[in-house]
Write a protein that binds this ligand. Structure first.
Ligand code: PBG
Length: 324
């Protein structure tokens, strides 16, 4: 059948018909909201490169979680900004560290909110690298020992899901084993399986308080933008190591990779619309080149169309308010 019997415009004549035929939908349950918590700050501090995003104190955190829950979201991703940083990042596994305190507090007030915590050393090290440095090089295997301690400490504090983001080889297996041994066999690991060495993480460095100290790049452990097959091998290896769910990050420049992993495995997939993507949309909206709400709605639909089950985004509250 073809024209004139076939007319695609029959599907598009009213909002109700367009909704009827929509192949993917956005729902508040799709979204994960990232929250930054800073030790020893008493009021929320705005992150200048991420309009609308704050570094929260333990006090303002509860209001932020309340607002997040009000907008219909029940999943948050925590990033901690400690007061004390050292070359080993030892405050990351302190039982009274910032994430540990935040997780206990959230769980006390909002036991049904799913708390995911980023498991990486870069927020905790004085040099801003994702692991233990030796003669100017990152020591992968020494870093695994630290990641095990962080994961166990998070799980003890009530964190529901551990998200290793540093791309250390073997980190998923190491964390899985440590969680088993520490009596947390049911804590899922959400691996940043496909995480590119990306310029789009720029504003995150401000938000995580690592902007000024970090010198260098992460190209020794994060994957190059040119790599598709290597990224897929890495994702498949994370699955073998015991990952329960996978993240593709950044989202928008790597929609092809979301589709690729979707077709090759049956694990839940989360797309991360990272800080640079958010900042770019904000800047374009400020310059009045497009309607911001329509633009982020379109981007988020694209992640779902590509095959993501959930989306980590700084727009989570905005999109959910729009959907309500
Ligand atoms: C590492 C981490 C980063 C992001 C999330 N976890 C930064 C990096 O790998 O350099 C970036 C997130 C974003 O840009 O929004 N802990």
């Amino acid at each position: 059948m073809t024209f004139p019997d076939l007319r695609f415009q029959r599907y598009r004549q009213t909002p109700a018909l367009r909704d009827f035929f929509a192949e993917v939908h956005l729902h508040s349950r799709d979204f994960i909201y990232p929250i930054f918590i800073k030790e020893e700050c008493d009021k929320p501090e705005a992150v200048l490169s991420l309009p609308g995003i704050y570094q929260h104190s333990l006090h303002s955190l509860i209001d932020e979680v309340a607002a997040t829950v009000d907008s219909g979201i029940n999943k948050i991703l925590l990033f901690g900004i400690p007061k004390h940083k050292d070359p080993q990042g030892s405050s990351s596994f302190d039982g009274n560290g910032i994430i540990q305190k935040a997780a206990r507090l959230i769980k006390k007030h909002y036991p049904n909110v799913v708390v995911i915590a980023d498991c990486c050393l870069c927020e905790y090290t004085s040099h801003g690298h994702c692991g233990i440095m030796e003669n100017g090089c990152l020591n992968n295997d020494a870093t695994l020992g630290m990641l095990k301690k962080i994961a166990v400490s998070y799980a003890h504090s009530g964190v529901d899901i551990i998200a290793p983001s540093g791309r250390m080889d073997g980190s998923v297996a190491a964390i899985r084993l440590a969680l088993e041994e520490a009596g947390h066999p049911l804590t899922p690991i959400m691996s940043y399986a496909i995480k590119y060495a990306s310029a789009f993480y720029g504003p995150f460095r401000d938000a995580a308080g690592a902007g000024s100290v970090f010198k260098g790049d992460r190209k020794h452990h994060q994957i190059a933008p040119s790599q598709r097959r290597e990224a897929l091998r890495q994702a498949m290896d994370d699955i073998q190591q015991g990952a329960d769910m996978l993240i593709v990050k950044p989202g928008m420049p790597y929609l092809d990779m979301i589709r690729d992993v979707r077709e090759r495995c049956s694990l839940p997939i989360s797309a991360y619309q990272v800080s640079g993507e958010y900042a770019m949309l904000k800047a374009a909206a400020k310059a009045q080149v497009f309607d911001e709400k329509a633009a982020f709605h379109e981007c988020l639909l694209a992640y779902k169309r590509a095959g993501a089950d959930t989306i980590i985004t700084y727009y989570a509250k905005d999109i959910c308010q729009q959907l309500q």
